[in-house]
Ligand binder design. Structure first.
Ligand code: FUB
Length: 474
């Protein structure tokens, strides 16, 4: 092993020992990090940041099996330059597990981040699915359940319970898809995110499914990207894999196979995640292309992903350069301070002017620049900006207020605009984030309007609040 890699290992160890949040700058190219090997990437956009959760491949050169003990996190604010945040979970996070930190994915809900992992239960069964939870995208993460979410004893479970992907629909219902080799399975998750809600089902229509599902939604269409290893348009040898994909009009299918989105890569396994970030789509995957790389020494790469007008995906062009920097669109000018503000309700002791007074909160409890809150109202409330004439807007960023009392982070939100006759959701909007202690960026196709509205839906037992709501000129 090169001395530089030992140095990187020692640096990472120092980070872990200290337990500190130390970010090590990575670089801009594919693979996105080469100081150690990474596999099974799962992207997640929170605010203006794309996080990538990945397992670490530690097999020796020439090794013939996976050696994976920890999951690591990288982040970027432009999808080109990456920061390494080190190991944030490991096999040891799950006391009931013993080995094999295989593919994972993180899903946010209610200000928490649930990290679903494939891990060897070290008992009667083989691979299980565990779930850890943390209060921020970087954790710290702890076992959320104290035992597997899915194991061999789960009725109808897979012969190989690996590769969880969790998707939360607009109505708040979360779905878990998983499974390798013997096919794909799915189940609803309860709102606590750590229990299955109802039976395990076998979705139909996922032609040549092998492993590594990734689910997302674009407009009103559901997508499932997954690894296949057929030689019927996928790969040249069934030792390798491609990424096929299918679409559906409901989250549990039936699915319609649409073709290959990512061809064969330089590693035998092929594992990908798809995400929209700053208005553009990306595929994050792994290959064996880092120096010294191999089938058990894989590395994460990122490339642009393009959709056709009919919703089908173009086959990805795999690059060694990675995508160009994408720090966001528009002039960057926050035009919220020039707007008049209104709301469906503001508590008498809170301040609507907080939302566009230009404050930069230190955290979600920071009232230094006032706070807007709508306690004791629950359900859906709104805040609105009105400009004297139409403005072109393509991005908002929201810093939520959370007083740890009656006001909590919202369950969901939506950006809407005045069409001239009614309010409508802004087109093509990325997820309306509800994370605390950060600005949550939502990008969308530019709208020209004199009124922009943030529709906010509370959790059942709390009201909602905002410290700052920025709106950016396209
Ligand atoms: O990394 C171990 C396994 O290889 C993953 O769980 C699969 O998806 C494949 O990438």
């Amino acid at each position: 092993m090169p001395a530089t890699r030992w140095a990187a290992r020692l640096a990472a160890a120092a980070v872990l020992v200290a337990g500190a949040v130390v970010a090590v700058p990575a670089h801009a190219a594919n693979p996105i990090i080469t100081s150690y090997y990474t596999a099974d990437p799962a992207p997640l956009v929170v605010g203006n940041t794309m996080y990538v959760y990945a397992g670490r491949d530690e097999a020796p050169s020439g090794g013939s099996n996976f050696l994976m003990r920890e999951w690591r996190v990288l982040s970027s604010t432009d999808a080109a330059t990456w920061t390494d945040h080190g190991a944030r979970a490991s096999v040891a996070t799950f006391k009931w597990a013993g080995a094999d930190a295989w593919a994972s994915e993180v899903e946010p809900r209610g200000g928490k981040y649930y990290w679903y992992t494939s891990v060897n239960g070290n008992g009667a069964g083989w691979m299980d699915i565990g779930v850890a939870v943390g209060d921020s995208p970087l954790g710290p993460f702890t076992d959320a359940k104290g035992g597997p979410l899915v194991s061999d004893s789960t009725p109808n479970s897979s012969g190989l319970n690996i590769d969880p992907t969790v998707f939360t629909d607009d109505d708040g219902q979360a779905y878990l898809y998983w499974g390798g080799y013997w096919g794909v399975l799915a189940a609803k998750l309860k709102s606590n995110m750590i229990e299955l809600d109802g039976p395990v089902v076998t979705p139909t229509g996922l032609t040549d499914y092998w492993e590594a599902p990734w689910m997302f939604k674009r407009a009103s269409l559901y997508y499932l990207v997954y690894a296949a290893n057929d030689t019927n348009g996928c790969v040249t040898s069934s030792s390798y894999a491609c990424q096929r994909y299918a679409t559906a009009t409901s989250p549990l299918g039936p699915w319609t196979h649409r073709g290959v989105v990512l061809g064969q890569v330089s590693s035998t396994t092929n594992h990908a995640g798809v995400v929209q970030f700053n208005g553009q789509w990306y595929i994050v995957y792994h290959n064996a292309s880092a120096p010294g790389g191999g089938n058990f020494r894989r590395s994460v790469a990122v490339d642009r992903l393009y959709f056709n007008a009919d919703g089908t995906m173009q086959k990805v062009v795999q690059t060694t350069t990675g995508p160009p920097p994408n720090p966001g669109t528009g002039t960057g000018t926050n035009i919220a301070p020039s707007a008049a503000r209104s709301t469906s309700f503001v508590s008498a002791w809170e301040h609507l002017e907080a939302v566009n007074n230009g404050g930069v909160p230190a955290n979600s409890g920071d009232r230094a620049n006032l706070a807007y809150g709508n306690w004791p109202e629950r359900g859906t409330q709104w805040v609105e900006y009105t400009w004297p004439s139409a403005r072109s807007v393509d991005r908002v960023a929201t810093y939520w207020f959370d007083d740890d009392q009656g006001i909590d982070l919202p369950a969901s939100c939506e950006v809407q605009y005045w069409t001239g006759s009614a309010y409508a959701p802004v087109p093509g909007q990325s997820a309306c984030g509800v994370a605390g202690n950060t600005f949550n960026t939502t990008t969308f196709t530019a709208v020209t309007t004199s009124r922009l509205r943030l529709s906010v839906t509370s959790t059942p037992d709390h009201s909602t609040g905002i410290l700052e709501w920025q709106a950016f000129q396209a």
